[in-house]
Unconditional design. Structure first.
Length: 189
């Protein structure tokens, strides 16, 4: 069993913001693979199903970004999961819009959702970093992440979220590098 957690903030006012790209990825996975509807449980919204015969729990923490670790820990404790069983989808300002990187462990890089998870279960889970770009002025970071993507970036994000779902069987099978190689990432590197 694997836990696939998408990070974001609850509430309709945050639904399409850059910070909620993790929620967007998990929602697309639920839709693509016909998961059961999300239910409120363990400080989050949980949906169950499978991807390529692998049992999956999808999680959207409802604790707000800065306390995401509380919900992740609650799910891990309830289902007896280890960090190696967890994949977290989250926004990353250090990557251009639509660029994806996958890595296990490492630093939270200033991301408060990851800091919260690290403090609860440690850093040894898989991270799918979804690029949202960076504002020109460092003082605008909060405003940047809590606002929707610019119109020019919306198609790019929709495309990469769709591809994440399409190639998710590779990710859940542990083929991280093949997963990244299959994605048509924007911008090209």
């Amino acid at each position: 069993m694997l836990l696939l957690a998408g990070l974001g903030n609850p509430g309709s006012e945050y639904a399409q913001t850059r910070h909620n790209v993790g929620f967007m990825a998990v929602d697309e996975l639920a839709h693509r693979y016909s998961f059961l509807p999300f239910k409120d449980k363990l400080k989050g919204q949980i949906a169950t199903g499978s991807i390529d015969n692998q049992k999956i729990i999808l999680l959207k923490p409802m604790t707000f970004m800065n306390l995401s670790g509380e919900s992740v820990l609650a799910v891990c404790s309830f289902y007896k999961l280890k960090p190696a069983d967890i994949i977290v989808f989250h926004d990353d300002m250090d990557l251009p819009v639509g660029k994806i990187k996958v890595k296990r462990g490492g630093s939270a890089g200033g991301h408060n959702g990851l800091k919260s998870i690290d403090s609860q279960i440690g850093p040894d889970y898989l991270r799918v970093r979804i690029g949202i770009g960076r504002p020109e002025n460092k003082k605008d970071v909060v405003d940047w992440v809590l606002h929707p993507f610019m119109e020019a970036d919306q198609k790019t994000i929709a495309d990469i979220i769709s591809q994440i779902a399409e190639y998710a069987p590779l990710l859940v099978a542990g083929n991280d590098q093949t997963f990244m190689n299959r994605l048509t990432q924007f911008p090209k590197s």
